[in-house]
Design a protein around this ligand. Sequence first.
Ligand code: HEM
Length: 452
Amino acid sequence: SAVVGLNLSNIQGDILIGMRKKKELFFFFSIDNPTAFKSRLGSDILPLITRTTQILPNATHPPATAVNIAFSQRGLNVLGIRDDLNDTNFKNGQMYNVTATLGDQTSYWEPAFAGHHIHGVFLVASDTIDKVKATLSRIQKISKGSISEVYRIQGHARPGNEQGHEHFGFLDGVSNPAVSGFAVAVPGQATVDPGIILLGESGDTGTRPDWAKDGSFLAFRQLQQRVPEFNKFLVDNALSEPGLNASENAELLGARMVGRWKSGAPIDLTPLKDDPVLAVDHNRNNDFNFTHPDDPNFDFKTNQSYCPFSAHIRKTNPRADIANPFNQHIIRAGIPYGPEVTDAENASNSSSTDPSLERGLAFVSYQSNIGQGFAFLQQVWANNKNEYLYFALRIGEDPIIGVALDGERFASGLDPKNQTRNITFNEDFVVSRGGEYFFSPSISAIQNTLSV
Ligand code: HEM
């Protein structure tokens, strides 16, 4: 439930609650005529931009199609903005040094992200592709001649019961931090100062120009998911829990790699079997912190019988593993892209090389400091073999998103019966196709600074 404290009509809608539609287009553009674009931005584009207030659960007339806009550093330069937003990652752009930092192989990068032409992105979200297309046409008509398309990704929710689930089959969008002054935390949910997500708010330690207040950095990633390979890995490396059959033991391995069952139920609360009711109960599905103080025989610093240290959700949000509240939090607002796995891919246990069959996650995260948010989670936690920050254990990379920067990619703790056993991944199930860092400005910044 929203409480007063932030100027929600000044904050773009995707940042704090996400546009939460079935279809979302990412339209990456280049600004060809800055003067013409600015004038259209300030006049006819501005009214199309969706504010947080318009899509709150109690909003009276939520727009059928929500629109947000964000700019890369190159885009701000082209608009003539000289102020420094004071974020090194944003300033350099995502491509800079990306192999050494995030572990990307730039040979896999989509050429559009590797080029120098992306100045901004429109996020266009609606229930149908037709409505998305209609709004995009409107935007293109308004900005005619001043911008041109560089690249686009059409995101869409998966069909039927898979809606809300990412392509490996796991429910996504479950755990995000609560922003104080905006939302009241459900049990287990971290509360962060608004300045961890929004520039210029309390908790943001950066020096920012006044106009940057209530904007947020948007980290975009096109993350390809190799689904048949992932499924084959689970079958080939199925665990051996007594009482579970082979396919349940394969499911269990997947759940331990993520830290949740496909339903969304956290394994820290239900380690050996799924619990679909718990999965969707918002008052319980975040109510865990890996420590189990009620279990006298359990030492959370060594025992991984509930949740492995390497599990994706524990790597990216270690909760009570870190003794004091920490600021390494992001708000995620991504959506799947690409088609369902085909029969031919399933039969061959391998992803098609046909580019039209590429699938994955159009990953979006918001944070006020990319080096404390997305880049920290990927580089310092997910890609790190050591869980050195808290207990000096060698646990391997994040099984889902981790990249081995040195040696083999592996994770320990996945086998409950033999927790020191390293399970090796001979391949990556998630491959970065690149991305860019953007700044999602406040409405007043668009009106008074970026369009003048
Ligand atoms: C949570 C999948 C990429 C950070 C989750 C969850 C799933 C998931 C299934 C659990 C449900 C939830 O809490 O929403 C994936 C997949 C990815 C991906 C398939 C790539 C294709 C990333 C990346 C990051 C990230 C790149 C950041 C570097 C997080 C965080 C959480 C999360 C912070 C919440 C952890 C918590 O608070 O418990 N992800 N993810 N994910 N993921 Fe990812």
